[in-house]
Design a protein. Sequence first.
Length: 305
Amino acid sequence: MGNYLICILGPTAIGKTKVSIDIAKAFDTEIISCDSRQFYKEMQIGTAVPSEEELAQVQHHFIQHLSIFEDYSVGDYEKEALKKIDELFQNKNILCLTGGSGLYQKAVLKGLDYFPNVDKTIRKKLNATFENEGIKSLQEQLKRLDPEYYATVDTQNPHRLIRALEICIGTSKPYSSFINTNKTANRDFKVLKIGLTADRKIIYKRIEQRVDKMFDNGLLKEAQSLYQYKNLNALQTVGYKELFEHFDGNLTLDEAKAEIKKNTRRYAKRQLTWYRKQDDIKWFGYDAEIDEILEYIKSLSIIKP
């Protein structure tokens, strides 16, 4: 029978948190988060961290366990998450993995892709390009050199753009050509993927409602408290960088709010593109009854008596 990691997938704002908690409660288990935005304790409102009430219902791991001042890579996460998963499987045969960060999810399920070392001066030049010409120059370069990866990457995150470009330039090959080329790493567990989805209009409406709720809950004040640290990598993300532009005087508050909604919609679109490449996901509507999902899981006979 073996151990199973149940992955709850889907675009942002689709309702993964609630379904994950319901599944974890039903099988008396715990949740591993792979949402890289929710790792940082200074970023609560803008990353839609589960509420205290939700966190109290089920034991969660890798939520607000870091500070924005700490360096933390996807490789660090892979090692720590696998260690925690192995530890929890000593007493349970089912665990939940949830979150919208596809790269971090992939690190746990399959391991990281190998990327060759490249000349370090390339990154320095790209950083200088970003400082002098802005993010648009990086976007245009990546779109030209690797349109496939450009379609899935967070195009507003300079760190991600620079990382991809240094590989493209340093190897004369697309960054995407190094992704998914390796054999899957050996894992001592089986994987069951549960996806939540909806019509795109519904997803976008839920995003609008979530962003409005974030502002009602104090996102503006939270972003203001982090403004002096705006250049940290952890803060190069939707919900904060737009408000930093507002504080810089480049956007009105209404414009910043509209940008957050627009960029979150783009993020959801990239997530859907990522998931479409996976043919092993069992999809449910976002409004499916939890009993329907639980019945499906139970029908697979993966729970030890």
